[in-house]
Design a binder for this molecule. Structure first.
Ligand code: TYD
Length: 202
C-alpha cells in the first residue's frame, strides 16, 4: 500500500521551478512529514552517471528517451517506491512528464513510444500532484542566460522550447486532476503563495 505522497516539479528550463522545491520541502517538514527530495535524471548513483551523459553527450533521440527511462527505473526501485512505502513524501525535480515534454514535444519522438515506456517502467504509479511552472519562452531564456554554463538541453533553440512548453501544457490538460499550472512570471513571493496554497490543500 502506498502511504506517502509523490509530488513532482516540472517546467521548461528557466521557468524557475528549482527555487520552489526547497520551499515545499520545508513546508512539508514543518507539517511533520518525512520528506525525500530527489531529481531526474538522477536520484541514484547510477542515475547521476546517466545524467552526466544525458546532459552533455549527443545521442540518438531514442537512446536519450531509453536512458531517461532506464535512470527512472532505477530511481523508482531504489528511492521512490521504498520511500512511498515507508510513508515518506517524495518530491522530485522532474519525472515522466519531462520525457513527454522534452523527448516527445521538443525532440518529436513518437508519443506512442513514450507511452509504452511509461507503461513498462511505472504501469501504476503517477504523481499525486504535479506543479507545472509555466512561463513564456522569452522570460525563460532571459533567466537562463543570467545563470551559468548551459547544458545540452538548455542550448536548444526557441522552437524546441516552444514545443516542449506546448507538450507540457497538453499533458497538464490531459491529466488535469493531478496537474496545477502555475504562472511563473509572477514575482517569486506571489508564486510561493500559490505553491503554499496548493501544497497545504493536499
Ligand atoms: P534540470 O532539471 O533543468 O536541472 P538543472 O536545474 O540542474 O539544469 O535539468 C535536467 C534536464 O533534463 C532538463 O533540461 C530537462 C531534461 N530532461 C529530459 O529531457 N527528459 C526527462 O525525462 C527528464 C527527467 C529531464
Amino acid at each position: 500500500m502506498t502511504l506517502g505522497k509523490f509530488i513532482t516539479f516540472e517546467g521548461i528550463d528557466g521557468a524557475g521551478k528549482s527555487t520552489h522545491i526547497a520551499f515545499v520541502a520545508d513546508l512539508l517538514k514543518e507539517r511533520g512529514k518525512s520528506v525525500v527530495m530527489t531529481r531526474e535524471p538522477g536520484g541514484t548513483p547510477l542515475g547521476e552517471k546517466l545524467r552526466e551523459l544525458l546532459l552533455h553527450e549527443k545521442m540518438h533521440l531514442e537512446t536519450e528517451a531509453l536512458l531517461m527511462f532506464a535512470a527512472r527505473r532505477e530511481h523508482l526501485a531504489q528511492v521512490i517506491e521504498p520511500a512511498l512505502a515507508r510513508g515518506d513524501w517524495v518530491i522530485s525535480d522532474r519525472f515522466t512528464d519531462a520525457s513527454f515534454a522534452y523527448q516527445g514535444g521538443g525532440r518529436k519522438l513518437d508519443f506512442d513510444k513514450l507511452e509504452a515506456l511509461e507503461k513498462w517502467v511505472h504501469p501504476k504509479l503517477q504523481p499525486d500532484l504535479t506543479l507545472l511552472f509555466d512561463v513564456p519562452l522569452d522570460v525563460a531564456r532571459a533567466r537562463l542566460d543570467a545563470t551559468r554554463a548551459l547544458d545540452k538541453f538548455e542550448q536548444e533553440k526557441a522552437d524546441f522550447f516552444a514545443a516542449t512548453r506546448d507538450a507540457y501544457l497538453r499533458r497538464a490538460a490531459q491529466y488535469s486532476q493531478r496537474f496545477r499550472v502555475i504562472d511563473s512570471t509572477m514575482p517569486m513571493e506571489a508564486v510561493r503563495d500559490v505553491v503554499r496554497g496548493i501544497v497545504c490543500d493536499l
